[in-house]
Every structure is written in C-alpha cells, then in structure tokens.
Ligand binder design. Structure first.
Ligand code: 6PG
Length: 476
C-alpha cells in the first residue's frame, strides 16, 4: 500500500502536519533521521490514520505513490540542503519535494532552479499557525510550479484552515514566492506584536493600569475592528498570574525579545527593493534594542527623561485614543507589507495576487484578523491598488482615528514613553500624503557635494549647478 504523501522530520511541526494529513484521509509515509522518534510517533498517534513508517530514506521514498510528494519539515538552515539533496537522489522526474520550514526565499529560488534541471519540482511552502495550526489547520503559502500545485493543491487545501468555507491555501507564485510571502507575513507579525506591546506600555504608563486590567481592555478590543489572534492571546497573557510568585506573568518575563531571522530578512529585502516598510523595520529594531544590554545599562544610568509622571485625566478617552492609534498604525504596517509583496512580485516576476494573500491569512496563521477581509475587498475593488491606505475603506478608517493617533504619539513623546512603531507609522502616513517632501533639499545637497545631479519641477532632464563656480546650471 503506497502512501499519498510523505513527511520527513517528525519534530512537533512535522508530526502535527502528518497527523493533520492523516486525519483528512491521506495515507501518510513518515520518516525521521532517528527511528526512535518515528516509533514514538506511531505509538502515540498511529491510531489516528493510516501511516507507513520507514527507517531509511530509501524505503520512505519507495513507499510513496508516483508522482511522489515528500514534505520536508526540518528547522530552517539545519541541514535543509542535505535532506533535500538526499531526497532528490532517490526521486524521479515529476516528483515533488515540499519544504515547509521558514527558509529564506533566495535559498528557495536556488534550490528550485537546481532541482528543476533534474525534472523535480521543488516547492518552498510557507506554513503559519505554529504547532496548533499545523495540527488543526494552518495557513499555507506554496510557491513552485503550477503543475506541482495541481498535485498538491487539493491535499494542502484539505488540511488548511477554512474561513467561510474557503481554504486558507492558494498557489502563491513560482519558485520562491511562497517563502517570500511567508517572510512578509512574519515581518507583519513583528510589526503587529510591537504595536500591541506599545499600546500595552502606553496604557500601563498613561493610566497606571495593572496588566490584568489592560488584559480586560484588550479582550474588549477583540470584539471590534481589532479582533485578531494576536489581540486575543495578548488578553490571555496579560490576565495570567505567575503561579510561583503570584505576580503578573508579564512582569516576571525578561524584557529582551528574541528573533530567529524572518523579520530581519523582511527588512533587508525592503531595503533591497526600496520599499519603506518602516513599521516592520522599527519592530525589528525594537527587538534589537531590547537585547542591547550594555547600551541599555549605559542609557539607564546617563539619560534623563525630563518629564513628570504621566497623568491621564480622561481614562476612557485615552483608552479609545490608544485603540484608534493602534488600528491606524496596524493598517499602515499591513499596507507597507502588501506594498513589499507588490514590489517583489514585479522584481522577481511572480504575479502575486495580493487580495488572495489577504484571503489565505484570514485563518490559521498568526496574523489572522477580522480586518483582512477588508484588505481582500480593497484588492478586489482595485487589483493594482498602489497604496492600500488609499482604498476608501482604509482612508476612512485611518482618518477617523487620526486626531487620536496624533494625540497618542504626541503624548508619548512628551511623557518619555518610547513608541517607535506608532510614531514611525504616523510619520509614514504624513510623508506619503505630503504634497511636497524635503527630499528636494537632499537632492540639492547631493548635487552640491557630489555633483549627483537633480531633476527640475519645471522641465525635463537632469541638471547640475556649478556650486563652487559661478553657480550657473548645466545639463547633468
Ligand atoms: C508562524 C510563526 C512562526 C514562528 C516565527 C517566530 O507563522 O507560525 O511566524 O513562523 O513562530 O518564526 O519568529 P521569531 O522567533 O523570529 O519571533
């Protein structure tokens, strides 16, 4: 009895994906580098479906129905190339290798091209939703060829999350497109988490509220426009008390946020493509700042705040302001992330449908949120929308909260509360809506010291002023 699909790498993500596949009626071949883990898997979950276990990679591949589908679920970077190479050696033209780790998309492009020459489909596939999602329905972002999706699509769609009966899985685009979109998903995840953290900090410092009280505010927010998985778990975390000390759990956790790389890659790519993803960048740098211990120690000792304690008088008004500022900043972060997808789609020739990306993020993934429906609708109205913020729904949503947003950012600055993501999102908003930017002055400076030339507002061409001569203008 040959298996429909195989999973190699039975750490928790791979194991849950294999169980999810089996629960949906697929016959699943399983393999792990050390066989004891496979044996344990069978002992724990063998009854949940039909599994075909193999001790060697050769037997694993031999146990697969043609064209073979082998899902590789090893931690990104940890010998991924070695596993893929070993599998490819055993496979035949037409077979499919699916990498579901958080691989960096240039690696995926490289692997796809190398295997394509041998007739093997390599599918870099983003999977979001953590351990629970892998088991009960993740959001799935497969790249690779259209042919590979014909074989994979029905299977992946069956195990993905569903919202209103629609699967949270679609073919994203060729080669590295799937892993790219997963990377941007994680970048947005960083921005969203940072914004939520800033909102929490503002409520704590502005109102002197306890974590539990703030948890209640988040729970309330989760019933409106902000409804999302991250807001929901924030309410949960803030309500949690450390059983050992009886303190608020958030107060016993060290304040240094770690990162595994996807946020950094997103920012690096934003710089490469020249897309201002300032929310994601600030969020990533905020994590870096939190971990910069010598600098923080020196700063704590030397730098005064020169502010008195923040005294907010209108409690309800302030809570509402922070909510509106959070929503507006969040819209900016998503808008920037979707701009990045659009730019990459052109740069790498991927033809990514942004509305479809918002649709498959509505369920299963970490950034799942009610307002993703609004994003899909915006791209349905105008598939080539240059700026998500300029879609009428978002323009209204953000301008409704604009005064609140300004009050919050101004209040934070005046009272010495760092809000890098709130502030930079507002700066982006004001920048992108500006009639004229001071970039003109920068161009003039560049021309002054480096003869880098400038273009004029009143006629075509590029020009240079003879700054150290008679200041006449020549063609550049
Ligand atoms: C997901 C998550 C997942 C993982 C992140 C965490 O979509 O399921 O994004 O991929 O939790 O990699 O990233 P950091 O460790 O960098 O915060």
């Amino acid at each position: 009895q040959l298996a429909d699909v195989g999973v190699t790498g039975l750490a928790v993500m791979g194991l849950n994906l294999a169980r999810n596949l089996a629960r949906h009626g697929h016959k699943v071949a399983v393999h792990n580098r050390t066989y004891t883990r496979t044996e344990k898997f069978l002992a724990d979950h063998g009854e949940e479906g039909t599994f075909v276990a193999s001790e060697s990679l050769e037997d694993f591949v031999a146990s697969l129905e043609r064209p073979r589908v082998a899902i590789v679920m090893v931690k990104a970077g940890m010998g991924t190339d070695a596993v893929i190479d070993a599998l490819a050696e055993l496979m035949e033209p037409g077979d499919i290798i699916v990498d579901t780790g958080n691989a960096h998309f240039p690696d995926t492009i490289r692997r796809e091209h190398a295997l394509r020459e041998r007739g093997i489909h390599f599918v870099g596939c983003g999977v979001s939703g953590g351990e629970e999602g892998a088991l009960n329905g993740p959001s799935i972002m497969p790249g690779g060829t259209v042919e590979s999706y014909e074989r994979l699509g029905p299977m992946l769609e069956s195990i993905s999350a569903h919202v209103d009966g629609v699967p949270c899985c679609t073919h994203v685009g060729p080669d590295g497109a799937g892993h790219f979109v997963k990377m941007v998903h994680n970048g947005i995840e960083y921005a969203d988490m940072q914004l939520i953290a800033e909102a929490y900090d503002l409520l704590r410092k502005g109102l002197g509220a306890t974590p539990a009280e703030i948890g209640e505010i988040f729970a309330e927010w989760n019933t409106g426009d902000l409804e999302s998985y991250l807001i929901e778990i924030t309410a949960d975390v803030l309500a949690h008390t450390d059983p050992e000390t009886g303190q608020a759990f958030v107060d016993i956790v060290q304040d240094q946020a770690e990162q595994k790389g996807t946020g950094r890659w997103t920012v690096q790519n934003g710089l490469d493509l020249g897309v201002p993803i300032t929310g994601i960048a600030e969020a990533t740098f905020a994590r870096s700042l939190s971990g910069s211990l010598p600098q923080r120690e020196a700063g704590r000792r030397a730098l005064p705040a020169k502010t008195a304690a923040w005294e907010v008088t209108d409690r309800e008004g302030f809570i509402d302001d922070v909510r509106r500022a959070l929503y507006a900043s969040k819209v900016v972060a998503y808008s920037q992330g979707f701009d990045q997808i659009a730019a990459a789609s052109v740069e790498y020739d991927w033809n990514i449908d942004r509305g479809a990306m918002a649709r498959i993020w509505r369920g299963g993934c970490i950034i799942r949120a009610r307002f993703l429906d609004r994003i899909t609708e915006a791209y349905e109205r105008e598939p080539d929308l240059a700026l998500l913020l300029a879609d009428p729904y978002f323009t209204d949503a953000v301008s409704d909260g604009l005064e609140a947003w300004r009050r919050v950012v101004a209040g934070a600055a005046q009272n010495g509360v760092p809000t890098p993501a709130f502030s930079s999102s507002l700066a982006y908003y004001d920048g992108v809506r500006s009639e004229r930017l001071p970039a003109a002055l920068i161009q003039a400076q560049r021309d002054f010291f480096g003869a880098h030339t400038y273009r004029r507002t009143d006629r075509e061409g590029s020009f240079h002023t003879l700054w150290s001569g008679d200041r006449s203008e020549i063609a550049g």
